[in-house]
Design a protein around this ligand. Structure first.
Ligand SMILES: NC(=O)c1ccc[n+]([C@@H]2O[C@H](COP(=O)([O-])OP(=O)(O)OC[C@H]3O[C@@H](n4cnc5c(N)ncnc54)[C@H](O)[C@@H]3O)[C@@H](O)[C@H]2O)c1
Ligand SMILES: O=C(O)C(=O)C[C@]1(C(=O)O)C=C[C@@H](O)C=C1
Length: 311
């Protein structure tokens, strides 16, 4: 893969940015990487590790002369960052983001970008529960989807370059409308996180989650829930606050289905339970056949948790 951009600037140096940096270097997708993070501790780590070629103290400095600017901060921080970098962007550059929600990020960022700057929002469907500049790894996006959600009027060349950049990092790229993105991701990612947070909260309420016996003998399902429920609180707070409509719609349906299963159990309707579980089993098999059940990430990688988005 050959170079796609001359200078790429990362705002926020956490899991996603550091993974993109490693993946971008692996494929030689840019000549130079500039990065910045809000906390001095993260910037110091990035300098010590040589994560970027240049680490600047401010976002305004980082974006100067950058051909691609990647916003890798929590969804709720996108607007503040966009307002800071807007006046410093190179004319003709591309700004993208990796936020887990798209409609709210577009509304927050677009007004701050000057004319002639191309905004191409995107979302890699890959991650772990870890955060910070040492949690990233080059393989994170391999064979995973990145959804790109440009406006119909967005410069085609800018979109094609960003698509090539993501493909160079190992991802499969697809295009989607922002509202549809937010609904699909509510089903496939956001609601499952909410359910995992709730289930672990319920266990904690029972006063047993800290009981070593419960941890020791916990079934794989609960262990998976605790992994998901260990995800960054700031990131997920911002996801739900910025994807309210889809949250309300999917949560409403979830509660209806749960109550229907509750009723089936209470009334002893085994047929309903069996046919429901048969249907969901087929969905799981479909995911595996489509090759989307990649192995669990290596959780021992890097330091992780050095800094969450609130840090
Ligand atoms: N973690 C995942 O699984 C995942 C997957 C896909 C997309 N995303 C999205 O990627 C973005 C970054 O997530 P991450 O997992 O890399 O987070 P992270 O916590 O690892 O890193 C976030 C970075 O943003 C900086 N930051 C936090 N608050 C800030 C603020 N108010 N102003 C400026 N900088 C601030 C932090 O200093 C840190 O460098 C989020 O928008 C998230 O929704 C995350
Ligand atoms: O694997 C995980 O830990 C994740 O939660 C990653 C995950 C997901 O739900 O799949 C989380 C949020 C994103 O925006 C994209 C990916």
């Amino acid at each position: 893969m050959s170079q796609i951009y001359d200078r790429v600037a990362y705002i926020g140096l956490g899991l996603i940015a550091s993974s993109m940096i490693h993946a971008g270097r692996r494929a030689g997708l840019q000549r130079e990487i500039v990065g910045t993070a809000r906390s001095a501790e993260t910037r110091a780590i990035a300098r010590e590790d040589g994560l970027c070629d240049i680490v600047t103290d401010t976002a305004a400095e980082a974006v100067k002369d950058a051909d691609l600017v990647v916003l890798c901060v929590p969804v709720g921080a996108m607007e503040k960052v966009a307002a800071e970098i807007g006046p410093c962007l190179k004319p003709g550059c591309t700004v993208t983001d990796v936020g887990s929600v798209k409609r709210a990020v577009i509304a927050a960022v677009q007004p701050h970008l000057p004319e002639g700057v191309h905004f191409v929002p995107a979302h890699p469907l890959a991650g772990t529960e870890h955060s910070g500049p040492r949690s990233g790894f080059a393989e994170l996006f391999d064979n995973r989807y990145t959804l790109v959600v440009p406006d119909a009027a967005t410069d085609k060349e800018a979109v094609a370059r960003l698509e090539a950049f993501w493909k160079g990092m190992g991802a499969n790229v697809e295009f989607m409308d922002p509202d549809h993105h937010d609904l699909v991701l509510m089903v496939t990612s956001h609601a499952p996180h909410l359910i995992a947070y709730t289930m672990v909260g319920v266990a904690d309420d029972l006063g047993r989650v800290t009981d070593s016996e419960v941890i020791k003998y916990s079934a794989a399902g609960f262990r998976d829930f605790t992994r998901i429920a260990a995800s960054d609180p700031t990131m997920w707070r911002d996801v739900f606050l910025n994807n309210k409509d889809a949250t309300m719609e999917i949560l409403g349906r979830f509660i209806e289905e749960l109550m229907s299963l509750q009723r089936a159990i209470r009334t002893g309707d085994g047929d309903q339970l069996h046919s429901y579980f048969t249907r969901t089993r087929a969905i799981r098999r479909g995911i595996i056949e489509a090759g989307q059940d990649t192995a669990a990430p290596d959780f021992g990688r890097g330091g992780g948790q050095t800094e969450g988005p609130s840090g």
